[in-house]
Ligand binder design. Sequence first.
Ligand code: CP
Length: 334
Amino acid sequence: MKNFISVHDAGNIDSLVKQALAYKADPLKDSHLGKNKRIGLLFLNPSMRTRLSTQIAAQQLGMEAIVFNVTQDGWTMEFEEEAIMSGKAAEHVKDAAPIMGKYFDILCVRTFPSLKNKEEDYSELYIHQFIKYAGIPVVSLESATLHPLQSLTDIITITECLQAAGQDPLSAADGAGAFKKPKIVLTWAPHIKPLPQCVANSFAQWINAWGKADFVITHPEDYELDEQFTRGAYITQNQEEAIKDADFIYVKNWSAYQDYGKLYSNDPEWMLTNEKLAATNKAKIMHCLPVRRNVELSDEILDGPSSIVTQQASNRIWAAQTVLSQILNRNNRI
Ligand code: CP
């Protein structure tokens, strides 16, 4: 693995899941892999889980992790080529990234979309400029349109739950045993402000690439996601129909993609309740967090037995450790 910015960098997803579960069973088994290596974690936007889990993952591989909160502590960065820098930005990525390439062995970056300029956000300008100018492997800690470490985590978590229920997608990969595809539903949920489409795009991209689920997406009118990520899923505006017999429900708000960044209907009826879950196959409820309680998801679900959000967030460590180890192993070979 050279960089990690989308499912296209993942190779075989089940192999990554297997490796992640092996790290979960024995966190320090590769504690010398990253000895004398340094990882930079750049945050242009806030984070709790991604920051902590990636630091822990790096440390468990023996790496030194340095966090840099760019927006709080650094110079405002310019990303456009040939920009006339007479505005707020004091430093061009062209100048900053090569320096980071000298300081670090791996560079991890979190950036959010503007939600104002669809073309610019969906070109992934920021993450591509870091790849272009840093000269070292780049890992996305969530970009303008995708959140691949979250999505790998989500498939690890789904696999764990299926294994606990006697259904092993990893054995299915080897052609052994009967494996019944779970029904996985991605449902839009209300929120108080427009959020990026990253988590939803990325979850759709990974579940489609994984190919081991009956995948359904449900959202109100005007919240269609970019087809490049959703193609392969059954899409409906009827949440009740979507969640019937579901095994997993992924809850997430996103703003409009077509009328970019807009917040349309914010119908509280789209928030899941235990009453709605009665029609599911005892569905496990997922959310990447942070979550707005009693807006996106009800207390009764988050505090009840269906919720696997804490398990899911704790698995962020193993996803990050797997990705970093893949990059370290490749670099050790070349
Ligand atoms: N899910 C997630 O990325 O959480 P943070 O924003 O706290 O990192």
